[in-house]
Design a protein around this ligand. Structure first.
Ligand SMILES: COc1cccc(COC(=O)c2cn[nH]c2)c1
Length: 243
């Protein structure tokens, strides 16, 4: 997968080159190119923003600069690209989104700052047949899209074949069955007088699976009842409902 990121703070994307993702890049499973938006300015101040039509606080990112940048970055017709714009006003980014994007050959991320990017940049891209996804990683406002790109790239890259040491963990992680992950334990058996639940130390795998499902249901009911509602009525069997 090829990932391009356009930003006025290229160094913000440096963490992508660390650890697991860094190794995935070294192994050629992932290619990441970061572009400085200011490279497409032509004025001495390298201005990327201007005041908003209609008034109001803050600044808006200028269409000319973004237009030229995306013309260049998206210019490879052979690789169909998806343009992703992180924004508080976007559709929710979920594990399902991550799975869908993991199948893409190429993702281009546009990092907005200030009050956002002039709407015509997205209209122009869509008019040229480019898929544009405005996505939110949560209901809060960041200063810019860079951190959201780190989040989304990590969520997508870990799903790529060969990136995770143990592929089962991607298939079995939280949300894979629509529920939150339950509690986990490792050695020692007793730590600060707290013991690991007996069922987990036994060998009864059916009992362990039941116990884990019950804990996941309990936690999901408590923390994310919305996820339970989203599950189809037949997603929970009688034993689940009794949990
Ligand atoms: C594109 O315009 C803007 C404007 C302001 C901030 C940002 C960065 O994204 C977020 O703040 C965000 C993403 N998901 N949840 C919050 C983008």
């Amino acid at each position: 997968m090829r990932i391009d990121v356009v930003t006025i703070f290229p160094s913000y994307l440096q963490p992508l080159r660390e650890a697991l993702l860094g190794r995935a890049i070294d192994r050629g499973l992932l290619e990441v190119a970061v572009h400085d938006l200011r490279d497409w300015t032509h004025d001495v101040h390298q201005a990327v923003d201007d005041s908003p039509y209609g008034g109001g606080p803050g600044m808006v990112m200028r269409p000319q600069v973004w237009g030229e940048a995306l013309d260049d970055v998206l210019a490879t017709p052979d690789l169909p690209a998806r343009l992703v714009v992180p924004t508080p006003a976007g559709r929710p980014f979920t594990q399902a989104t991550a799975h869908a994007w993991a199948a893409e050959e190429r993702l281009v991320f546009a990092c907005g700052r200030y009050e956002g990017i002039d709407e015509r940049v997205l209209l122009d891209a869509r008019a040229r047949g480019i898929t544009v996804d405005e996505v939110s990683i949560g209901d809060y406002v960041l200063v810019g899209g860079e951190v959201a790109v780190l989040v989304m790239v990590e969520a997508v890259a870990r799903l790529l074949p060969g990136v995770l040491g143990n592929p089962r963990s991607a298939a079995e992680d939280s949300f894979s069955d629509g529920l939150l992950e339950g509690p986990s334990y490792t050695r020692p058996e007793v730590w600060r007088e707290l013991a690991v639940p007996d069922v987990l130390r036994g060998g009864n795998h059916a009992a362990i699976a039941r116990w884990r499902r019950d804990r996941a249901l309990e936690r999901t009911r408590d923390r994310r009842p919305d996820l339970l509602d989203a599950l189809g009525p037949d997603a929970l069997d009688a034993a689940d409902r009794a949990a």
